[in-house]
Design a protein around this ligand. Structure first.
Ligand code: SF4
Length: 702
């Protein structure tokens, strides 16, 4: 029978949250999404997690921006006490013509007076490939600078730096479904149960059928229940632990000599370095018994197929690149790569962080990771885009905030990012936003970042536009417009085009497929993938050899895309985290996401079901630390670091080790990044979100 809320139509698309890239079907009634179902996509096989299934009604939330806004004369940028439902205390409504003229005009003025390097742009890993491509093209050709970046800088930049150096490509060597063929699965510094839930189901299934599941993480995560080996190591001591495992593999002759000889270089440098880290000595440092380190080393090296998955726990350290170098070495030295059930897989966070990075939203690379400092590459792109380009690498996310403080950058265009919540030491980042001469923010809500804007451009939610995305498995998938835009909001692609025109560029794209085709034309990695093909097949894995061939799920079976064709060992020596606990700040803070809340919370906290499940900011504390601070679960506590204090609820978590506190960064009312340390990894320029010194105390009831 027909029920009251029966959908009147359906549209197939992709989930807007994580890098798993689940395909889904929007069920629509009266132009509103009323339900979501899983589709049989290659990475989800009909499964969805709670975010994909219930996190859709943000698109219809009353906070949506529906008209362009211009800051009112005389309203200080330091006054950000604005109700998103009523932004007119600080902003006035404007027509699109006026808003675009002011938005682009302000940037143009800075460019013309102070040069392109006084400008910067943050694109988004939440949007499509086409948006990412056009955004970086606008910054490079319209602003005249390579100061363009996005949130990959805060997530896997260090992994990508290590992968490009070691194996010549920043993408995964195998999809996560390869866990099905693995004998040994290592998951390190990742919490897939909450952050990649559908991928986690593949890992759990593999463990069930008998694969050895080795979980390495300082937090005793939910995945521990399924693990055959749980290595809950001391926070920040990853390199010591991994070097001890590498030491064992080499000292016990467990490495694959033939593979190493035929396919790698600099093995001697690795052997020489890891010699200094025997398990018996590293036991004290990393907190894992030598016998366990040896067992894990033997299991990994001897199995027919071993695969490694990692997440932000590996990458968000000042030694994030070193962590990844160790994982790459582990794979290469044992030859556990390039075959079914083997490989290296950094679990990508955002729905399109792979695609946005591939498309060139990176200050050191044009699309396809082509160096901006290579004159040959530069002349290719000058020719392709028909304009002169700046041959110097641009600044990264955190560096841009510093450059604003120094007065070197005065204008910023932000599309779909929320640095006022996502940057480390957000007080410093917010000061930077307030200092800008001109800030343009294009978003769907009046985010914490948009509150600092001179002009706010109301943009499109994911189900309101067509475009391709690339998930963690290198699968190019099609997102489709399902519902109309609210009010005068517009699709991001066309806002970017109008901004480009306002900066003097003569862009005349009329369909998103034209942008896709231009992008693919500059990206050999996407060869043989046409818009029509993605439209028809729904998902195409790159690389792919011909327009009718299936893509390669597993790569590096036959050498590496490096200059020598070999994988390269880059050994690492342990360094201390940038800030270690002391008497004033005796505990360690680590940050991340929860199952229900995505990143800075702008979407999930406006999704009614998700918000109902996790409505309030919480910190996860070990029973010991909670009792010591004289608190019980549910008490309000103050958490302080050298950079600030936040107030939030304590939640007891008996899996947390003594001395470590976990806080999700989704809550604006208690922003975890007020506390975090902005020190950067020197190679990936990623901040140390996973380690800073804090103290906790009971808060007085408000
Ligand atoms: Fe969406 Fe990721 Fe959940 Fe799949 S696992 S439904 S892609 S959030």
């Amino acid at each position: 029978g027909v029920y009251a809320n029966a959908p009147d139509r359906e549209v197939d698309s992709v989930c807007p949250y994580c890098g798993v890239g689940c395909q889904l079907t929007y069920k629509i009634r009266d132009n509103k999404i009323v339900a979501v179902d899983g589709k049989d996509g290659p990475s989800n096989q009909n499964r969805l997690c709670v975010k994909g299934r219930f996190g859709f009604d943000y698109a219809h939330h009353g906070d949506r921006l529906t008209v362009p806004l211009i800051r009112k004369e005389g309203v200080s940028k330091h006054d950000v006490d604005i109700d998103p439902m009523n932004p007119f205390t600080h902003f006035r409504e404007a027509t699109w013509d006026e808003a675009l003229a002011v938005a682009a005009g302000g940037l143009r003025k800075i460019r013309d007076e102070r040069g392109g390097n006084a400008l910067a742009g943050f694109g988004s890993a939440k949007g499509s490939n086409e948006e990412a491509y056009l955004f970086q093209k606008l910054v490079r050709t319209g602003f005249g600078t390579n100061n363009v970046d996005h949130c990959t800088r805060l997530c896997h930049a260090s992994s990508v730096a290590a992968l490009i150096e070691g194996v010549g490509s920043g993408a995964v060597s195998a999809p996560f479904m390869a866990a099905e063929d693995a004998e040994v699965i290592v998951i390190i510094g990742a919490n897939p149960t909450e952050n990649h839930p559908v991928a986690a189901t593949f890992f759990k299934n593999a463990a069930e059928r008998g694969a050895k599941l080795i979980v390495m993480d300082p937090r005793g995560l939910a995945m521990a229940r399924h693990a055959t080996h749980m290595l809950q190591f001391t926070p920040g001591r990853d390199v010591s632990m991994l070097n001890a495992i590498l030491h064992t593999i080499i000292a016990e002759g467990l490495y694959d000599r033939q593979y190493v000889q035929a396919n790698t270089e600099d093995f001697e440098a690795l052997a020489e370095t890891v010699k200094d880290y025997p398990p018996e000595e590293m036991e004290k440092v990393c907190g894992i018994p030598a016998a366990t380190l040896r067992t894990v080393a033997r299991l990994f090296a001897r199995s027919k197929a071993s695969i490694i998955f990692w997440g932000m726990g590996v990458s968000q350290h000042i030694h994030g690149t070193d962590n990844s170098r160790c994982l790459i070495a582990l794979s290469l030295v044992t030859g556990q790569i390039g075959r079914p059930g083997t490989g290296l897989h950094p679990l990508r966070g955002q729905n399109n962080v792979q695609g946005a990075s591939d498309a060139g939203l990176i200050p050191m690379f044009y699309p396809d990771y082509k160096s901006v400092e290579d004159p040959e590459v530069q002349s290719f792109y000058e020719n392709y885009w028909g304009t002169k380009l700046d041959g110097k690498r641009g600044l990264t996310v955190v560096e841009i905030m510093d450059a604003i403080h120094d007065g070197r950058i005065n204008g910023l265009y932000i599309e779909g990012e929320n640095p006022a919540m996502s940057d480390p030491d957000v007080t410093h980042a917010r000061e930077a936003l307030a200092m800008l001469d001109h800030l343009v923010v294009q978003d769907i809500f009046l985010t914490e970042t948009a509150k600092y804007a001179d002009v706010v451009l109301p943009a499109s939610a994911w189900p309101e536009k067509d475009g391709t995305v690339i998930n963690t498995n290198r699968q190019v998938q099609m997102g489709r417009a399902a519902v109309p835009l609210p009010g005068e909001a517009r699709q991001d692609l066309w806002i970017i085009q109008d901004m480009a025109r306002g900066l003097g560029l003569n862009w005349t794209y009329t369909h998103v497929s034209e942008v896709f085709t231009e992008m693919v034309g500059a990206m050999p990695s996407l060869a043989n993938i046409s818009w029509e093909r993605v439209e028809r097949e729904g998902s195409v894995t790159y690389p792919v050899d011909g327009p009718d061939q299936p893509g390669h799920d597993i790569v590096f079976g036959n050498g590496f895309p490096t200059k020598t064709g070999r994988g390269r060992f880059v050994p690492a020596r342990p360094i201390n985290p940038a800030e270690t606990p002391d008497l004033d700040y005796p505990l360690v803070l680590t940050t991340g996401r929860q199952l229900e809340h995505w990143h800075t919370g702008s979407m999930t906290r406006r999704s009614s079901v998700l918000d109902a499940v996790e409505p309030e900011a919480v910190a996860y504390v070990s029973p010991h630390d909670l009792t010591r601070a004289g608190m019980r679960t549910g008490d309000y506590m103050l958490v302080s670091s050298r950079r600030g204090t936040i107030r939030l609820k304590a939640r007891i978590d008996d899996r947390m080790p003594v001395g470590l506190v976990f806080i999700p960064f989704a809550y604006a009312e208690a922003a975890a990044n007020v506390l975090t340390n902005p020190q950067l990894d020197p190679f990936g320029k990623i901040p140390e979100f996973k380690y800073c010194a804090i103290r906790i105390e009971k808060a007085q009831m408000a």
